[in-house]
Design a binder for this molecule. Structure first.
Ligand SMILES: Nc1ncnc2c1ncn2[C@@H]1O[C@H](COP(=O)(O)OP(=O)(O)OP(=O)(O)O)[C@@H](O)[C@H]1O
Length: 357
């Protein structure tokens, strides 16, 4: 290093090839960081995080004059996401792979690579969420983004304190409209890329159904009511989700919902709305984020789906990383495999995976 030159702090930015991560790189460069672009190659084929994404990310780095690295993560993605999804659907649950993807496929490996290969202390992504250190609590706090429409904190509840300490979310403080404005201002070729609407896997395969059909063979069975009366046939329980109403193909006098997916008997069990309405449920693989695991029950607002309205509940911490949720009002949207994430105001306290039964 020459005299008078100061060593700039280095940050590794996860680049998917989309507008959000592009603007993240621009903002950090503007703030004086030495930015390295890192693209994880997740899947074969075309799509946002596949070949098209790699090329767009490479082009962005060329425009910004920064280093770009691509790391082949396909095996990890296969193990933690594809296999996890397939075995979940085979067992009659509806897994949400995004939180697991963030912790095990993206943030964990990115922080490792940043520290050991790139000698960088920080990583950054284009997620809409906020993180800051609270000296009173002695912990990093994960919070919702300023832009509530885009807020992605729901998908980040599984991050650890160590990962949060190493992470920057520059977009958490601004709206998506501002992000697009910055992309246009810097003439980024990613400025007009359409918003991703769904799971990256679904975008790559056209639909969840076609993804599952490629991985799970059809296995016809019966659709029955709670008394065991056969009402129809199905082509495989992996095609159904608990709580599902549409697409059952059964004519009935009142609306029917999927109540249970019985793997042993290969049966889809249906019932009326009351039979899917719960006053409590259990959560496993709980991660407490912004607070240490509490010893006594806490009051929180629980979100049972991405974009669902949070509902008031008591979270009862249990042994072995489990918790029980006691809803203030009965809830019909409890889908095993999806994430339940609990908040106090805009702070993510914790979350976990909804259990069946
Ligand atoms: N394949 C990847 N390699 C590295 N980082 C990634 C990859 N995919 C996603 N990320 C990081 O995670 C963030 C959120 O990803 P998500 O899939 O939710 O896309 P998004 O919100 O549409 O963002 P973008 O517009 O950057 O694609 C991205 O902004 C990026 O920083």
């Amino acid at each position: 290093m020459g005299q008078g030159e100061s060593k700039r702090e280095r940050v590794v930015v996860g680049l998917s090839g989309g507008v959000d991560s592009s603007v993240t790189a621009v903002l950090l460069q503007q703030q004086g960081y030495e930015v390295i672009g890192l693209t994880l190659w997740l899947m074969k084929g075309k799509g946002q995080c596949c070949s098209e994404g790699l090329v767009d990310a490479a082009q962005l780095c060329e425009t910004l004059g920064i280093e770009h690295q691509v790391v082949d993560t396909r095996e990890r993605f296969q193990k933690y996401i594809v296999d996890y999804l397939v075995s979940g659907y085979e067992q009659g649950i509806t897994p949400l792979p995004c939180s697991q993807c963030n912790r095990a496929v993206k943030f964990g490996p990115m922080v490792e690579l940043a520290r050991h290969d790139f000698k960088a202390s920080k990583i950054a992504t284009g997620h809409y969420a906020r993180v800051h250190f609270d000296p009173h609590r002695g912990r990093y706090q994960l919070r919702r983004a300023i832009d509530r429409q885009k807020d992605q904190s729901y998908f980040l509840y599984d991050l650890t304190q160590d990962l949060l300490a190493a992470t920057l979310f520059p977009l958490g403080e601004q709206t998506k409209a501002e992000t697009r404005r910055i992309a246009a201002q810097y003439h980024l070729h990613t400025a007009d890329k359409p918003e991703s609407q769904d799971l990256c896997l679904i975008e790559a395969h056209g639909s969840m159904q076609s993804f599952l059909d490629q991985h799970i063979p059809a296995k016809p069975g019966e659709i029955v009511d709670l008394e065991g009366t056969v009402l129809g046939q199905h082509q495989g329980i992996h095609r159904y989700t608990i709580g599902q109403r549409k697409g059952l193909g059964i004519a009935a006098q009142k609306p029917l919902y999927v109540v249970a997916l019985n793997v042993q008997e290969n049966r889809v069990v249906v019932g009326d709305r009351d039979s899917i309405t719960l006053t409590s449920c259990w959560v496993q693989r709980v991660n407490w984020v912004s607070v240490a695991p509490p010893q006594t029950p806490i009051q929180a607002e629980v979100q049972l789906r991405y974009r669902a309205q949070p509902v008031p509940a008591t979270v009862v911490p249990l042994a072995a990383d489990r918790a029980q949720l006691l809803f203030a009002d009965p809830q019909a949207g409890v889908t095993p495999g999806q994430a339940a994430v609990w908040y106090q105001e805009d702070r993510v306290l914790g979350g976990g995976v909804l259990e069946s039964g």
